[in-house]
Each structure stands twice: as structure tokens, then as C-alpha cells.
Design a protein around this ligand. Sequence first.
Ligand SMILES: NC(=O)c1ccc[n+]([C@@H]2O[C@H](COP(=O)([O-])OP(=O)(O)OC[C@H]3O[C@@H](n4cnc5c(N)ncnc54)[C@H](OP(=O)(O)O)[C@@H]3O)[C@@H](O)[C@H]2O)c1
Length: 213
Amino acid sequence: MDILVAGGHGQIALRLLKLLADRGHTARGLVRNPSHAADLQAAGAVPVIGDLENDASLSAYVKGADAVVFAAGAGPGSGPARKRTVDLGGAVKLADAAADQGVRRYLMVSSIGAQDPASGGEAMRAYLEAKAEADAYVTARADLDWTIVRPGHLTDEPGTGLVTASRELGGRGPVPRDDVAAVLAACLTTPATIGVTFELFAGSTPIDEALRF
Ligand SMILES: NC(=O)c1ccc[n+]([C@@H]2O[C@H](COP(=O)([O-])OP(=O)(O)OC[C@H]3O[C@@H](n4cnc5c(N)ncnc54)[C@H](OP(=O)(O)O)[C@@H]3O)[C@@H](O)[C@H]2O)c1
């Protein structure tokens, strides 16, 4: 498969790109900073230079893909305006580009709490509102085969391959970035995840089993 990961230099994205490249896929990562290209190449991925906020359309980057993954984020140091332009706007642009190019498969890295943006308190509200709106935009599209993955608190602990994936929303807990990347890769070959929104935490169920929705 040819997979385009938006936010390609992100911590989850780099792990995912390496997993996909190691499995023989064409793993392409969209990055805005050309100096990040070498890190993608070291992971076996193909860097694609583009900017989610400043490029009017992402169609040229999506062209030729079999699936897209939104793994970008404005990050904790950013204000509400960039939650709108990256976490919401970037995800919307990626969905529009996928639909424009006839690429149906769309994986979204969302977040716990997006089902109730007020639940994270004032500090998290703008972020969770952006996530909620982005998820709603993607899930409303009949021209996309979407999966919304809502991880808990991300950690850099080594992955275990054991998770909890729950369609019941409102949970809390940590999850290693390694396991989020492994779940995203597994979603690409698991049609049962199409049309599903689920929360993801560290757990005790092997990933393939956990994704049998
Ligand atoms: N932290 C948590 O506990 C938590 C929990 C649940 C969900 N999440 C979500 O998971 C996502 C992925 O996590 P992560 O740790 O992998 O994030 P990360 O390392 O912060 O990666 C985000 C990536 O998005 C890129 N980006 C930002 N603006 C961009 C633009 N205009 N064009 C292209 N790329 C752009 C950044 O690139 P630059 O280096 O160029 O800025 C960065 O590489 C987060 O963004 C968040 O939405 C986080």
C-alpha cells in the first residue's frame, strides 16, 4: 500500500512510518520542515514537503495514496488559533484532498475527551473542540472509509502490543506511542475498524484481538 501520514515528523507518525516501511509499504510522511526529511528517510519513509496550514489544498500530496493518516497536531505549546488551523483545519483539508483523489481510507489520531470538550477543563477546551469538530467532519462523509482512534495520555514507554480498545467513550489512562502506531498500522488491514470511533489505552488484549469490533 501507499500511505500518506500527515504530521510525518510527529512522534507517533515516525513510529508508524517505520512500521509501515518495514512491512514493505510505501510510507510517505508529509512534513513542513525540509530539515525533517532525513529523519523520515532514516525510518525508511519518503518525505513529502508540504504545509497543512499554509497550502490551500493537499491533493497533490495525497495523489496515488491508498490510505491517509492524520497524525499532526499543533502541540501543547500552541494557542487556540493553531488548534483551529492544524488540529481542525489540517484534518479537514486532508479529508477534502482524500475525497478529491478518490482515496477512501482515512485514519484519524484524535483524543480521549473529544466526546465532551468541556471535560478537560479550560486548558484543554480549544484542543478538544477542534478534535471534536474534525472528527465530526470526517465521520459525516460517505465518501471516506474512516476510523477515529482516540488515544489516552501518550507515553514513551516501550510498546507491549497489549491494549484496550473501547467504543464506549469517556475512559482515561495512558497508552504508549509505540502501541498507538501499531494499532494504526493494524487498522489499515482490519476492515472491521471502518466506521468505528474507539478509545485506546494500555491494556491486556493483543492488538489484533482488540480490534475485532
Ligand atoms: N499528548 C497526548 O497525551 C495526546 C493524547 C491523545 C491524542 N493526542 C494527539 O496525538 C497527536 C500525535 O501525537 P504526537 O506525540 O505524535 O505529536 P507530535 O510529536 O507533537 O507531532 C505533531 C506533528 O504535527 C506537525 N505539524 C504541526 N503543524 C503542521 C503543519 N502546519 N504542517 C505539517 N505538519 C505540522 C508537527 O511538525 P513541526 O515539527 O513542523 O511542528 C509535528 O511533527 C497529537 O498531536 C495530539 O493531537 C495527544
